[in-house]
Design a binder for this molecule. Structure first.
Ligand code: ITT
Length: 222
């Protein structure tokens, strides 16, 4: 079976992908299983740019078909922040809790109806030969006044889902995967991979040398 590298150092994402990618007709491997500690600088202004540059960099580094995601929280009252800077929002080395506490602090005094926000995720699939495709997912919600719940990671404790009446961090893994931005982007990326396989686009030692559908630029960025 062909190998597919899931290129993330984020343990929360790895946990989610282990479930989301069950049954995929690929031999799924993770960066830590390959002993890869290198990280790729995220200099893009959109989730799509960063997802593509991560996927291409690890595909070139390893010679493997590679899946990467760039994701984050977009808060309307903060002009879209933290957005593509979600991982770096409270500086290098900060914890998830320090990041969401900083966000709550920035949201001090902002009334409920103005606390709308969404998680976004763009998945990029790249070949070592330099071809890439993207899919995306969105999950709408509100920034709560207080954290709640112990599941998930990142900003999940302060992200409230009005339709469920729960914070994201209150949802067990499978339930989060069914409604999340990452679940949506991953579902689309799985279909895309199956289509590329069926069309014979991923055969050969370097699938990137074969003619493929052009790069799909994401219309929605950070
Ligand atoms: P990799 O680049 O190695 O995948 P990262 O944590 O740097 O790991 P991103 O650049 O995509 O990943 O940053 C995403 C940040 O957005 C992440 O660190 C969280 O703070 C937040 N985030 C993304 N998805 C999330 C989710 O499902 N729930 C809560 N927070 C999330």
């Amino acid at each position: 079976m062909r190998k597919l590298l899931i290129a993330t150092h984020n343990r929360g994402k790895v946990r989610e992908y282990r479930r989301l990618l069950e049954g995929l007709p690929f031999d799924v491997v993770y960066l830590d299983e390959l002993g890869i500690n290198d990280s790729v600088e995220e200099t893009g202004e959109t989730f799509a740019e960063n997802a593509i540059s991560k996927a291409l960099a690890y595909a070139r580094m390893t010679g493997l078909l590679t899946w990467a995601d760039d994701s984050g929280l977009v808060v309307d009252a903060l002009g879209g922040a933290p957005g593509v800077r979600s991982a770096r929002y409270a500086g290098p080395g900060a914890t998830d809790e320090e990041r969401y506490r900083k966000l709550l602090h920035e949201m001090d005094g902002i009334p409920w109806e103005k606390r709308t926000a969404r998680f976004r995720s763009v998945v990029a699939i790249a070949t070592p030969g330099g071809h890439a495709w993207t899919t995306e997912g969105v999950c709408e919600g509100m920034i709560a006044f207080e954290p709640k719940g112990n599941y998930g990671f990142g900003y999940d404790p302060i992200f409230y889902l009005p339709e469920l009446g729960k914070h994201m961090a209150e949802l067990p893994p499978d339930k989060k995967n069914r409604i999340s931005h990452r679940g949506e982007a991953a579902g689309k990326a799985k279909k895309l991979l199956e289509r590329l396989l069926a069309e014979g686009m991923l055969t050969g030692s370097d699938s990137g040398t074969r003619p493929m559908t052009p790069l799909q630029k994401s219309p929605t960025g950070g």
